[in-house]
Write a protein that binds this ligand. Structure first.
Ligand code: IMP
Ligand code: MG
Length: 178
């Protein structure tokens, strides 16, 4: 696995520090509320596990699936959202937890679906913000790190379902996917 890595972009300790900061910011901002955290699988699973433990509030945790990639590093633009929401969104303070915001196509579809279901409020928390390839007009409310225009893996992020278990975020060698 490590031989496929070009360089480490964000180390385990940098991520931990940043996730703690985000968690305490969210704790303050949602004081007195019971936010509904919706994780966008599968990439969010590590980030959500860590940030949820830094949010000192009663909160509900749910997951949905969304993907626009398949085995590719370029977003297909064709978003597949797992639509079987088996939980109530109406009246809830929804906080979407994403691993990375790239084209924004996934989140703009998702935002619309959640708003249509009558959320009281809706914010986005993304670990990584990669603005270089933004197509949809989406501005995240909470950002862990700005990400350069590189394909990154680790800490939940994959390429073709590999590398999710790396404890840091790394740039993959382009020859791995070209
Ligand atoms: P968007 O719809 O293009 O914003 O796609 C966002 C989704 O694409 C993320 O939730 C990731 O699953 C995936 N993605 C975007 N950039 C990367 C990357 O650099 N590495 C791994 N996955 C990525
Ligand atoms: Mg994802």
């Amino acid at each position: 696995m490590k031989e496929d890595i070009k360089s480490i972009l964000f180390s385990e300790s940098e991520i931990k520090e940043q996730v703690e900061k985000l968690g305490s910011q969210i704790t303050q901002d949602y004081a007195g509320k019971k936010p509904l955290l919706i994780g966008v699988l599968k990439g969010c699973y590590v980030f959500l596990a860590d940030i949820a433990r830094n949010i000192e509030l009663d909160c509900e945790i749910r997951f949905i699936t969304a993907s626009s990639y398949g085995v590719s590093t370029i977003s297909s633009g064709d978003v597949k959202v797992g639509m079987d929401f088996d939980f109530e969104i109406s009246g809830r303070d929804v906080l979407i937890i994403e691993d990375i915001l790239d084209s924004g196509v996934t989140l703009s579809s998702l935002k619309k679906i959640i708003a249509d279901r009558g959320a009281a409020s809706l914010r986005i928390c993304t670990l990584l913000d990669k603005p270089a390839r933004r197509k949809a007009q989406i501005v995240p409310d909470y950002i862990g790190f700005k990400c350069p225009d590189e394909f990154v893996v680790g800490y939940g992020l994959d390429y073709a379902e590999k590398y999710r278990n790396l404890p840091f975020i790394a740039i993959l060698k382009p020859e791995v996917y070209s």
